[in-house]
Design a protein around this ligand. Structure first.
Ligand code: ACO
Length: 323
């Protein structure tokens, strides 16, 4: 049995925040943010929480797969901004919202969360255990950002993206390969220290902290290696890829990795300007944009990559299997 990427869905909250809005609350400028990151605007939740965003994205993905809630036999939700600390998992809340009675759990792999969820769904389906798994990346990052810290508050946004991964006997539709990695020696580079049992609820350090420039350098190096490795071991080059759909953290990281594999600019999908960095949600949100714009066709080979806190990183070769 093989696993196929059967459908995609996404949802963003209504409140749009531009770089000019941020200029009013922190010492920054539209020029700096645009030049250093490529971001122009992002969306923030108002009265919604992560499970609300995830539920809406998941509902669309299930419908587009031509399925009902009762067909979904597992929910895997990647997030670093769960509704609750410890429990219940956000996946359980979403399953209940969608009327899904099936195993449901969260995973924490920061911005690489969607690729980690994809790897798990692929493994469960190939083992014969599941037929239709709903995977979701959903984040309300505005809730863990310090709006006094200009080095982080201009980068992140909120949103959710989802996909249904389904069993198929057709090898041509199969998710081809996934590469996932982690290196905990970088744990202090991207961290929310004041939210966990180690430091308790330390309100001084409750927000996300990032060594941005150091993270940037490791991201470019490890992502370039990961995408080169996955292409090489499958005997592929950028010629075999229709769409390069990377995690949307910074257009300069995307550009550097694309150059490393000689990916033509017209194949690189860029949504960072309109959503910012939405962590685990960014890849499925970008796939959804391509789908809704009618640019993504059944059978198109997607090269995905992501890098995030941990550090974690990974890449995947995925033919789009939706109609
Ligand atoms: N506005 C104006 N100036 C700023 C701002 C801002 N918002 N932020 C920083 N600066 C200043 C700094 O203070 C510094 O000033 P100085 O030279 O006087 O000291 C200068 O700009 C340069 O700062 P750098 O940090 O070196 O800027 P850099 O070019 O590295 O860009 C950025 C920063 C955008 C954060 C970049 O390093 C980056 O994208 N890093 C990687 C992020 C990432 O991929 N994270 C992983 C995923 S996220 C996750 O897992 C949740």
């Amino acid at each position: 049995m093989y696993a196929k990427f059967a459908s995609v869905g996404a949802y963003v909250p209504k409140k749009k925040v531009t770089n000019f809005d941020l200029e009013k609350i922190v010492d920054t400028s539209d020029e700096w943010i645009t030049k250093r990151t490529g971001i122009k605007e992002r969306y923030f939740v108002e009265d919604e929480v992560t499970s609300d965003l995830a539920t809406k994205a998941g509902e669309i993905a299930i419908k587009r797969a031509g399925l009902k809630s009762s067909d979904i036999d597992m929910v895997i939700l990647a997030t670093i901004t769960p509704d609750y600390f410890a429990m219940p998992s956000t996946a359980c809340v979403v399953a209940e919202n969608l009327g899904i009675k099936a195993p449901a759990f969260d995973i924490s792999a920061a911005c690489t969360g969607f690729i980690y969820a994809l790897a798990q769904a692929k493994a469960f389906i190939e083992s014969g255990m599941n037929k239709n798994i709903l995977i979701i990346g959903a984040e309300a990052l505005s809730k863990i950002i310090d709006f006094k810290d200009r080095t982080t508050c201009v980068i992140f946004g909120d949103g959710a993206g989802a996909a249904v991964i389904s069993a198929t006997k057709n090898r041509d539709e199969a998710i081809l390969d996934i590469d996932i990695n982690a290196d905990g020696s970088y744990q202090d580079y991207l961290i929310t220290p004041g939210r966990g049992v180690k430091y308790g609820c330390d309100t001084e350090n409750i927000y996300l902290q990032m060594k941005g420039n150091e993270t940037f350098k490791v991201a470019v190096k490890t992502l370039s290696q990961s995408v080169r490795d996955i292409l090489d071991r499958n005997g592929m080059t950028s010629d075999n890829i229709e769409w390069f759909i990377p995690h949307q953290a910074n257009y300069r990281i995307i550009d550097a990795v694309a150059r490393a594999i000689k990916m033509p600019a017209e194949k690189s999908v860029l949504t960072v300007s309109k959503y910012g960095n939405t962590s685990s949600a960014s890849i499925p949100m970008a796939i959804n944009d391509m789908y809704e714009e009618g640019r993504l066709k059944k059978g198109d080979m997607m090269l995905l990559d992501a890098f995030g806190g941990g550090f974690t990183w990974g890449s995947a070769l995925v033919p789009f299997g939706g109609e």
